[in-house]
Ligand binder design. Structure first.
Ligand code: ATP
Length: 191
């Protein structure tokens, strides 16, 4: 099976993420998309990052019963900080029956040349790219491994959602209903 990997902190997951994931899983040759939740990087400040398992739980709530999407916690057990190239090697070994590809926004492609072993990533994996406003893809724009996809893009971010929650404002429609219910009834991002 060809599976697209969509990495993120998902702090929290929002409909911008889900629209991209579902687009890639239904309108390309990818059969499934795994949303890979990045663990807390001990070198980065933790203040606004919810615990790994809360973010994973929210991703699962956001996916609901969509059979094309799946949450992955593969990076929770890997050395931190986790580098994509290392995670890919682990996935390849653990799931030899699958073919993996990466999903990323144009903003990430523009800085891909700074990633650990990016040349190896580009030689071994297809990268499904969705355009993000005001980012040009940079030097790698015409790389044969890139598949540029016209996915609908929404100008919202997890930062905006956290700010709303912090200020007691509604995030209805910005996150799926199940995520909304969890956030409204709990204390995440409010303190
Ligand atoms: P934060 O505001 O906390 O930085 P974020 O909303 O950008 O978070 P991430 O978890 O960092 O969310 O996102 C995971 C991936 O999804 C990243 O590659 C990011 O560029 C992308 N992404 C984030 N928001 C959107 C959006 N509205 N539309 C499409 N892609 C998005």
């Amino acid at each position: 099976m060809k599976i697209g990997l969509f990495f993120g902190s998902f702090n929290p997951i929002h409909i911008g993420h889900l629209i991209i994931a579902n687009h890639m899983a239904t309108q390309t040759d990818l059969q499934k998309v795994w949303l890979v939740v990045s663990p807390h990087n001990p070198l980065k400040p933790k203040k606004t990052l919810a615990r790994d398992h809360d973010r994973l739980h929210l991703v699962r709530l956001g996916i609901g019963d969509n059979p094309r999407l799946e949450a992955s916690n593969i990076e929770f057990g890997l050395p931190k900080p986790s580098y994509t190239v290392d995670t890919l090697a682990v996935l390849k070994e653990k799931y030899p029956q699958h073919e993996f590809a990466l999903i990323m926004g144009g903003d990430s492609v523009a800085s891909l040349h700074l990633w650990k072993n990016y040349e190896q990533i580009l030689s071994d994996y297809d990268i499904y790219v969705y355009k993000r406003p005001s980012y040009d893809l940079g030097a790698l724009a015409t790389h044969p491994r890139l598949r540029i996809c016209e996915a609908p893009s929404l100008d919202i971010s997890a930062t905006y959602i956290r700010t709303c929650l912090q200020e007691g404002k509604s995030v209805r429609y910005l996150v799926p209903d199940a995520v909304l219910e969890y956030l409204e009834n709990g204390s995440l991002y409010k303190g």
